[in-house]
Design a protein around this ligand. Structure first.
Ligand SMILES: [Zn+2]
Length: 269
């Protein structure tokens, strides 16, 4: 009997204790877990206890809050997602019939690559990687022509004239001296070893297909696309690749632009 009584007393104390703890937790919320406390706080903020006065206050606060500008601008207009490219940097120079360089313009330093192809030394690594990328696919890539000085361009141009072409016709085939991108050393005519003549059917080679698909990964663009001849004023040249850096090249190739159009986007911005 005595043991039974002690058990009953102990059980009652235990029950009372549990009841007290439960009551404290239920009515104060002070002991609850962080998650529960956060929920309680959120309920309060979201209007659980909002009466007439606090509702008006909330409306006033909402009205007083400044309109938050969307952080992502709509990209409907071309150029809104332009990369942060400095048009004044060396790799962005635009040379064409409207933007000539003088006869003394030359790369500060040149490098001689495979097939005695000379380029601005600053693009040597990128061009080598580009060519090696094609070679790794088993493609017979051929560096046909890089840097050309003013005098050489003048010779090539004059030769076209002497072959009977008019100045306009000659200019479409060989750009007049001072307006050739080859004088910058930032471009290279890349052909296929078994298709070196620079004719438009080069585009049917696997080599060209690979170069076109991957040029931007190495910072190059197809400089004179077929559908941009009225803008570049240079005939379609599936061999002429120009270095502009990976960022600009990616944007230009993905948006099907020529360099003239890309530069113009920054003038509008
Ligand atoms: Zn070229």
């Amino acid at each position: 009997m005595k043991g039974n009584l002690v058990f009953k007393i102990l059980f009652s104390i235990l029950f009372l204790g549990v009841f007290c703890v439960y009551s404290y937790m239920h009515f104060s919320s002070g002991w609850f877990t962080d998650g529960f406390a956060e929920n309680v706080a959120a309920l309060g903020e979201n209007g659980e206890q909002i009466g007439q006065d606090s509702q008006e206050q909330a409306q006033q606060e909402a009205a007083a809050e400044p309109t938050v500008e969307p952080t992502v601008e709509p990209t409907e207009e071309p150029g809104n997602d332009l990369p942060d490219v400095d048009l004044a940097s060396w790799e962005m120079i635009l040379v064409n019939k409207d933007h000539a360089v003088d006869e003394n313009f030359a790369p500060p330093e040149t490098a001689t690559l495979a097939n005695d192809c000379v380029v601005d030394s600053r693009i040597a690594d990128a061009l080598t990687s580009f060519a090696e990328g094609a070679q790794a696919e088993g493609l017979p890539v051929y560096l046909s022509s890089g840097y050309r000085d003013y005098a050489t361009q003048q010779y090539l141009y004059n030769r076209k004239i002497s072959q009977g072409y008019s100045a306009d016709e000659a200019a479409k085939i060989v750009t007049p001296p001072g307006t050739s991108e080859h004088q910058t050393g930032l471009c290279c005519d890349i052909t296929d070893y078994y298709h070196d003549p620079k004719t438009t059917d080069l585009e049917n080679t696997e080599t060209f297909q690979w170069l076109l698909a991957h040029c931007q990964d190495y910072g190059f663009i197809l400089r004179y696309p077929e559908d941009k001849q009225d803008i570049t004023q240079v005939m379609y040249e599936p061999w002429h690749f120009r270095y502009v850096g990976v960022e600009a090249a990616t944007y230009i190739m993905e948006n099907n632009l020529c360099l003239e159009e890309f530069v113009a986007l920054y003038d509008q911005a």
